[in-house]
Design a binder for this molecule. Structure first.
Ligand code: ATP
Length: 311
């Protein structure tokens, strides 16, 4: 069986067209001994698709995610490649060519990102409502205050946080709730793509599961596409349409979650699969199907599912 990444698999699902095309993207850390962290990465992200990005620590997942959104900092440098965003209105946007102001407008509104420590990025001295409002106002200066308030409340409700929390300060919320606020922030402007880099890793397992279930539900409702990064391959198999496996900066395999699970082509993928004992048993499908005992039948996830201590 060939281990080469086939062009067909790198293309997004045929029925929905791409929202993002990454072509031969390479990123180097220009240190004393330059580190080629991402090497010729190519893939398409389908509209409304969840693409999982898997691979062990240090393989380049975060570097790739940051470079796509131009959030990489020196010494990281994009040494080659192209990133094209295919807007809903038919326009193609060359992300690597955007100037500062255009890039600022693009981020959050077309493509947003939630990263692992995002909950710690909230400003401790401003309320949740003010912080959501700041983002909304920066991108929609003409939007009236009442409409902004409605949208902020709506987006908090979407992620299962009571809109009363708009008046709370970050320290008044649990970690899980703060991370949900960051997901709300990322959804605020209805982006077409969300990049999620280990968005729930710092949270306890039950909270993680609730949040992931909600992301999958919202994705289905609102049809944004997700690049979901995690070490947790069993989790990716549950939530992803397709999975890209990275090894030492390269995408070595990209296929549907089903095909990857049943007949991984690359030896490294097989090794990765074998390293999760849970995969040798039955696959729990609770996140997509809601097939577990304590699943809320109305599909909502509730604040009281945050079992973390309030400070
Ligand atoms: N600031 C930096 N300077 C030099 N090398 C770096 C820097 N940041 C990351 N690297 C290197 O780039 C490579 C890719 O790192 P990256 O953080 O993207 O991997 P990752 O797959 O996201 O890992 P993790 O899952 O642990 O976050 C690694 O070899 C790492 O050591």
């Amino acid at each position: 069986m060939s281990t080469a990444l086939s062009v067909e698999n790198a293309a997004g699902p045929k029925n929905r067209g791409p929202v993002l095309t990454v072509t031969d993207l390479s990123v180097v850390y220009e240190t004393e001994h330059p580190v080629p962290a991402v090497k010729n990465a190519s893939f398409e992200l389908g509209r409304g698709e969840i693409l999982g990005l898997a691979g062990e620590s240090g393989c380049g997942k975060t570097t790739l995610a940051y470079a796509i959104n131009r959030l990489h900092q020196p010494p990281a440098r994009i040494s080659s490649g192209q990133v094209t965003f295919h807007d809903r209105d038919g326009q193609d946007i060359d992300l690597l060519a955007l100037e500062d102001e255009a890039l600022r407008r693009f981020r959050w509104s077309k493509l947003s990102m939630v990263f692992q420590g995002a909950m710690n990025a909230l400003n401790p001295v401003r309320t949740i409502g003010n912080q959501l409002d700041d983002t909304l106002r920066a991108h929609n200066p003409t939007l009236r205050k009442a409409a902004r308030q409605d949208r902020c409340a709506e987006v908090l409700t979407l992620v299962g946080v009571d809109p009363k929390r708009l008046r709370s300060y970050p320290h008044e919320l649990s970690g899980g709730m703060r991370q949900r606020v960051m997901i709300a922030m990322a959804m605020l402007l209805e982006p077409q793509v969300m990049i999620m880099d280990e968005p729930t890793t710092a949270l306890d397992v039950v909270v993680q599961r609730d949040i992931l279930r909600e992301i999958v539900r919202l994705k289905e409702e609102l049809n944004f596409a997700v690049i979901f990064i995690t070490h947790d391959l069993p989790l990716l198999l549950e939530i992803s349409d397709r999975i890209a496996v990275m090894l030492r900066g390269e995408i070595v395999e990209l296929d549907t979650a089903e095909a990857l699970y049943r007949s991984a082509a690359h030896p490294y993928t097989r090794k990765l699969l074998a390293s999760f004992p849970s995969l040798s048993g039955g696959r729990g499908a609770f996140i997509r199907s809601g097939d577990d005992a304590d699943f809320d039948r109305d599909n909502s996830f509730r604040e009281d599912h945050d079992f973390e201590e309030q400070p």
